[in-house]
Design a protein around this ligand. Sequence first.
Ligand code: HEC
Ligand code: HEC
Length: 347
Amino acid sequence: MKSMTRIKQILIPAILFVVAGAAAASGFSILGRHMRPSRSASLGTIVEPDVLADEPIHPIPRTIELDSRKVVLGGRLFHDSRLSADSTVSCASCHNLHRYGADNVARSVGVGGAKGDANTPTVFNSGLNFRQFWDGRAETLEDQIDGPIRNPAEMGSDWPQILNKLRADPDYTAQFSAIYATGMDSRTIKDAIATFERSLITPDCRFDRYLRGDSHAITAAEKEGYRLFKQNGCSSCHQGVLAGGNMFEKFGVVADYFADRGRIVRADLGRFNITGQEDDRYTFKVPSLRNVARTAPYFHDGSAKTLKEAVSVMAKYQLGRQLSADELGLIVQFLETLTGEYSGGDR
Ligand code: HEC
Ligand code: HEC
């Protein structure tokens, strides 16, 4: 946080910046390098020409327009453990920006050493998800935040407690009043955090460069992996900008994953917990495959330790196929090309 003052000096005079890449918001020290003033008047995602537009996967936009003051404030809140009951856990404890927005353990540990009941998904590119959480129970990033704040196994807190602690910090109250007419309240805290999360995009991975027309950006083996990914039907669910994140699907379409795994718990029921509809039992948001090579272990239960294992489970339970070791290896090589740029510092 040493460099905060310097960054504030760079940022505060401008209302709108283009935030480019995860690095922009997370690694405060490199912020200046990745933020460029925008000439465009419109708000929201900038649509860029997409050379291979007929492909099922589309590139992540290189830039997203956001209010940079909110990004900085939200980044501070995201790393602030005062959001938890005993001031020991921050959002970043589980969504570590140096671990591609996740934490590489099957179950995260929250306040008082409590273990969560699902694997922690990444916050990188989460602003591009159609819903939030494995079961999609939150419509927006703003709505999502009440989840971890209240969850006794995560932050175990509530808004009155949080506001009490944060309002005692004059630096925060000044920052909030400079941005929001209503100053600091639960709505503006959520707005700032969600804006920060929207800045955590990882554009320009090798695969996106390929989609934009650079045919040398991926190797022949990786192209073959992508062909197998499409040919086997992975892209019927993992598609769009995130190679996922835009539909709900059952886990266990052609074979019963949960019967084979055993020990069914509430988190396994997926959307059934929200809708009560029998059809929604074991149904989840199809997760994004962006940066997937960096966010092991896999699945909502954190059961697959390697990407190879995850792909093999998918082939068996979603598609009824047994892929050869070669085919698995090639698909994994393709998935590795989805690792985007993150230059927020040491990892
Ligand atoms: C103790 C670990 C922990 C903490 C602390 C935590 N999260 Fe999470 N986060 C999780 C887990 C686990 C899930 C998935 C839960 C589910 O889907 O039921 C999740 C899901 C999410 C998602 C949805 C991503 C997606 O792809 O669906 C977002 C966004 C998110 N968290 C942001 C936050 C923010 C913001 C904070 C701080 C206010 C926070 N998290 C604090 C563990 C944590
Ligand atoms: C019918 C839709 C569907 C098909 C087809 C499908 N998937 Fe999935 N995929 C899902 C769903 C749903 C999940 C989340 C399962 C869970 O954890 O509950 C998932 C999870 C994953 C994960 C784990 C991601 C993470 O972050 O935990 C990987 C990797 C993956 N799929 C790759 C593939 C590959 C490769 C193929 C083709 C061999 C494939 N999928 C086919 C729906 C599908």
